[in-house]
Design a protein around this ligand. Structure first.
Ligand code: ADP
Ligand code: MG
Length: 397
């Protein structure tokens, strides 16, 4: 790996500026889901264990570069205290200047400082050098544990990493290792599943994957666009008819790269987009004019299962059907269950990410068995698209 971890750093007596993602959902001033807060605990605990003083840098919501009580990180303090019981957590009213310096100076060994929302500073989203220098002046070492913010070059994720000895935190380390195992240097053959609503939002993703994986399973609404591209009617299905040419280009690129594309061979259609709508299973080329394709059929699932069984690595983004509506979650559930079982048996490394994908795999009770589930959203997708992530690149120097 080109980046350092906490194991490579001497933190004894050092103030450790630690970029975390605690951008949690808050309603009426209360955190409604503390998952992101819980995930930073190993990093904070390890820094303290190595004799360092963790000073947390984080963004929260989208304030417009100035203080706004609605976006104050003060609101997450109770949840942070609950996740780190027995620790003194000092809150600083600003992420730079006198309030931050005073809080850091007051730290005893074992204490934690939480700095106010970095986005209250107009320079944060501009990756401003002066802001980064003011942050860096507070500490001795920089740790980035916010993979989910690494696709953005901001002062607290990018510029600051060049100013101090820098390394990845535990969560960043786990994420990068999992992604490296899935697509960087995977065990082959590799299969990618790409589903979801639209081709247009995942063009770069498809274009990158066909050059990297051995098998590409295309499902969900985007499969409909590929059917259209081959002259197959899809009735009233969600499909981007103006993307047919683009879809054909992806198929050509895949052929040239030796990537086998798997499209639905059978489909589940309905007349209404709602749960338990009357449905029928038909060959993929037989969608009636007044119907829409809402899921892949059992023969398609059998083919996907065969592909999974022939592969050593799986990377998955996007459900195979309208999984929020029963029974149109069937293909997604069946494929997810097979991937989970193969992973449990030690036959498959399985990595998945994406907002709806994580929800779908949870619904299928498959998430716990996957090798790694990324909750990073945009950063995960950009990484899958083959784009360099500024926050990670900055750690590599
Ligand atoms: P992710 O958030 O994991 O990246 P997407 O947002 O791309 O995934 O796609 C998820 C959405 O795609 C879901 O809301 C799902 O209902 C929708 N979808 C999947 N298949 C179909 C289909 N055949 N018709 C309409 N919507 C679909
Ligand atoms: Mg989505």
């Amino acid at each position: 790996m080109a980046w350092k971890t906490l194991d490579d750093m001497d933190l004894t007596g050092k103030v450790v500026l630690t970029r975390v993602d605690i951008n949690v959902p808050v309603e009426n001033g209360h955190v409604t889901d503390a998952t992101r807060i819980e995930k930073i605990v190993p990093t904070v605990v390890d820094i303290i264990g190595k004799g360092g003083k963790p000073v947390l840098l984080a963004h929260f919501g989208r304030p417009k570069g100035k203080p706004d009580p609605e976006f104050s990180l003060r609101q997450v303090l109770p949840a942070l205290r609950a996740a780190l019981p027995g620790r003194k957590i000092i809150f600083a009213e600003d992420c730079i200047g006198a309030p931050a310096k005073t809080a850091v100076a007051a730290m005893q060994r074992g204490d934690i400082v939480l700095l106010e929302n970095t986005r209250f500073q107009p320079g944060e989203e501009k990756n401003d050098a002066a802001l980064a220098a003011a942050m860096a002046a507070l500490g001795d070492v920089y740790v980035n544990d916010a993979f989910s913010a690494a696709h953005r070059a901001h002062a607290s994720t990018e510029a600051i990493a060049h100013l101090l000895p820098a390394c990845a935190g535990r969560l960043m380390e786990a994420e990068l290792k999992a992604l490296e195992a899935a697509l960087g240097r995977p065990q082959r053959p590799v299969v990618a599943v790409v589903g979801g609503a639209k081709v247009s939002t995942k063009l770069d993703l498809l274009g990158n994957l066909v050059t990297k994986v051995n098998h590409l399973v295309i499902g969900g609404g985007m499969a409909n666009t590929f059917l259209v591209a081959q002259g197959i009617p899809v009735g009233k299905s969600l499909a981007e008819r103006d993307m047919a040419e683009t879809a054909r280009e992806i198929l050509t690129k895949a052929r040239a790269a030796g990537c086998a594309i798997h499209l639905p061979v059978d489909i589940v259609v309905a007349r209404e987009f709602k749960a338990h709508a009357a449905s029928e299973t038909l060959p993929a080329n037989a969608c009636p004019e007044d119907a829409m394709i809402l899921d892949a059929g059992p023969q398609t699932v059998a083919e996907i299962t065969r592909v999974f069984e022939s592969c050593k690595t799986l990377i998955w983004n996007g459900p195979l059907g309208a999984f929020e509506l029963e029974p149109f979650d069937a293909a997604t559930n069946a494929a997810a269950a097979r991937a989970a079982a193969l992973t449990r048996a030690g036959r498959l490394v399985s990595v998945a990410g994406g907002g709806d994908t994580v929800a779908a795999l949870n619904r299928a009770h498959a998430a716990a068995d996957f090798t790694y589930i990324s909750t990073a959203g945009g950063a995960f997708l950009e990484w899958m698209e083959g784009k360099p992530l500024p926050g990670v690149v900055a750690l590599e120097e």
